[in-house]
Design a protein around this ligand. Sequence first.
Ligand SMILES: [Zn+2]
Length: 312
Amino acid sequence: MTNGGKIVMEDQACLLCGSARVAVRQNSLGDVEEGLPGEYTIGQCAECELVFLARRPCGASLPECYGDSYHAVAARRYRGFSGVLYDLRYYFRYRQLQAWFPKGSLRILEIGCGDAKLLLAMEKALGDRAELLGLDYAVAAIALPANSKIKLIQGDIQTAPIEGKFDVILMFDVLEHLADPVGCLTRIRRGLKAGGLLIGQVPNWNSLWRRVFPRCWSGLQVPRHMSFFTPATLRKTLAKGGFDNVRLKPVFDPGDLSVSLCNWLVRRRRWPGKPRGLKIYIPLTLAAAPVVALQNMLGDSGAIFFVAKLPS
Ligand SMILES: [Zn+2]
């Protein structure tokens, strides 16, 4: 229920096991990145230890949480040097994925394809070897080159008309947004061929920068993020969705530090503007790289990369 654009809140039981035994981890959290009104509570399930948004917008209010300025939508406006860095990010993401892809022809679906940058990088590299489909809420705004064979589908994984099965399904920075992660994983599993792969990434609740910036960490993004995974709870969630064979890897992500810092500058130092719109954001991301490389070497990372394989 929305109330003239106002967000209606509800208390939420554990998204993974349904338990109502929830300990408050953080309350009175604000939406630092988008400036949405409201105060949010993050809780932790006493049964399965999942950390999740325990007081959150009700389902009908969720679209109110994503405006045009939301960074995943606004990303397509990057120009100049920041545009080069943005393209590089997807080139390296493809390189990271490539090692996991099976040989031969591939049918690949990307859930939450954003502005289709990763799909375009894959089309360039894989050519006719791959049939590529992208799913997102606002695909009409995506401008593909005229010779692209990428198919775009509007909607969400639970309801979109997606036919046939896939060798690979990708979901980067998606699982943490879902109101029903286990239900979506179950649908995804049914959409994979035998031996198929689900590959994706989520923010890591155990990240050092979450402890340094408890109210400004880049992975918070309340109320758009609903689950906050550790490696252990990510494994439990994937297993409950039917994925038992899972590999997890740390991710090199300097943005985890630079966005957290920009969030802190806007929230605590009252710098005007949105955190990712600050002029200092890109230089800070470059400066953060060696620090985050050291963090990774010490076994900690801002995000978790996962590969889940179905039995052949
Ligand atoms: Zn639970």
